[in-house]
Design a binder for this molecule. Structure first.
Ligand code: NAD
Ligand code: DAU
Length: 339
């Protein structure tokens, strides 16, 4: 089996490559990544010499380069992680989100049609459903919940999902889609809530909590997401959408307090700052379909996963300190300087 993994130098894609090379050592994995600010080749360093692994620096919007690699490698499966993924950046500058997340997906699917493929899998997000109210805890996103995106990021992901479904229906592209909740774990770029709070707390810097801190996310350990995608590409039904999430809803403020406690830092570091524009209140996945059809359930409890994640950031300071000392410094100043 030859699997193309796009965006594999990013957080979830890299964890997925590690997972696949471990679980399916006979598979060939080819990673296509543009290496944007969020892509880090050093993340793939542990497997870069693996004879079953190949890395190519490619923009998924570059039709010629994408087709060239398809021609050469003839992949069986494409798993598309490549995306601009940070909501706050999409609010500042939506254009690149539309380009990569929508047009890039189209280029990949066109190549799949041209060269033939067993499966195109689109890694999507629960954010395409919009948000849920805090006062109706029995409401969850199911695969039938209408798309109702709030941010330019989630609108671009929802657009890509619709395009994938259109390619399946119109051209018979053998496609599947997964819509996962918030991931956490090793190698997450420190602009996202959990690694940002860990990095700031370790430096005794303020911990910027948006709005009232009561927004709720449904956290899933990254490896559980990787296992879900592995199950879907092998056993999932073509044309179907699978929600992925583990009934682990937590408010932002409770996560930040937990990180303070794990690191032995005072909660006085917490600083409430201006809210995100259009900030989604609550995400919550109903994972019944993937559980009943594919037997998937999350294996990592949040209490263990967060300890493991904090430990990883403590043991791998070089990885994220290099990031926070570079171009990210300007980003941080721009986004948080006036909050
Ligand atoms: P990330 O930002 O950490 O990584 C994205 C990767 O894509 C980077 O390596 C980047 O270099 C690459 N990339 C960006 N534009 C590209 C382009 N034009 N061509 C090729 N490569 C490009 O993102 P992540 O958190 O790992 O998310 C991966 C996927 O999972 C995304 O599609 C995201 O929408 C989805 N998702 C993320 C989460 C989450 O909690 N992080 C949850 C559900 C779904
Ligand atoms: O739900 C899946 C989505 O989860 C993915 O599709 C996205 O790619 C991923 O980035 C993530 O989106 P969120 O916007 O939920 O993640 P983020 O880590 O940016 O923020 C999580 C929550 O924490 C959100 O309510 C905003 C809040 N927050 C975030 C940051 C960066 C803060 O309060 N302070 C911060 O500094």
């Amino acid at each position: 089996m030859n699997i193309f993994v796009t965006g594999g130098a990013g957080f979830i894609g890299a964890n997925y490559i590690f997972y696949m090379l471990r679980e399916h050592p006979e598979y060939r994995i080819v990673c296509l990544d543009k290496l944007t600010y969020a892509g880090n080749l050093s993340t793939l360093e542990p497997i870069i010499q693996n004879p079953n692994f190949r890395f190519e620096k490619i923009d998924i919007c570059d039709r010629e380069a994408v087709c060239g690699l398809f021609e050469e490698e003839k992949p069986d499966i494409v798993v598309n992680f490549a995306a601009e993924s940070h909501v706050d950046r999409s609010i500042e500058d939506p254009e690149v989100f539309l380009r990569t997340n929508i047009l890039g997906t189209q280029v990949l699917m066109d190549a799949c049609r041209k060269y033939g493929i067993q499966r195109f899998h689109q890694v999507s997000t629960d954010e395409v459903y919009g948000d849920l109210p805090l006062d109706k805890p029995d409401l969850f996103f199911t695969e039938k919940t209408p798309l109702h995106a709030s941010s330019p990021y989630s609108a671009s992901k929802a657009s890509a999902d619709m395009l994938v479904q259109a390619y399946h229906r119109t051209y018979g592209l053998p496609a599947t889609i997964s819509r996962c909740s918030n991931n956490y774990g090793p190698y997450q770029f420190p602009e996202k809530l959990i690694p940002l709070m860990i990095a700031n707390a370790l430096a005794d810097k303020p911990l910027p909590v948006y709005g009232d801190g009561l927004n709720v996310r449904d956290w899933l350990y990254v490896e559980d997401h990787c296992r879900a995608i592995d199950l879907i590409i092998h056993n999932g039904r073509v044309g179907e959408v699978y929600n992925v999430g583990g009934h682990n809803e937590m408010s932002n403020i409770s996560i930040v307090k937990l990180i303070c406690s794990e690191l032995g830092k005072p909660e006085t570091l917490i600083k409430y700052v201006t809210d995100r524009k259009g900030h989604d209140r609550r995400y919550a996945i109903d994972p019944d379909k993937i559980h009943s059809e594919l037997g998937w359930l999350p294996e990592t409890k949040f209490a263990d996963g967060i300890k493991e994640t904090v430990r990883w950031y403590l043991n791998n300071k070089e990885w994220w300190e290099t990031i926070v000392s570079g171009e990210y410094k300007n980003y941080y100043e721009k986004m948080y300087g006036n909050k």
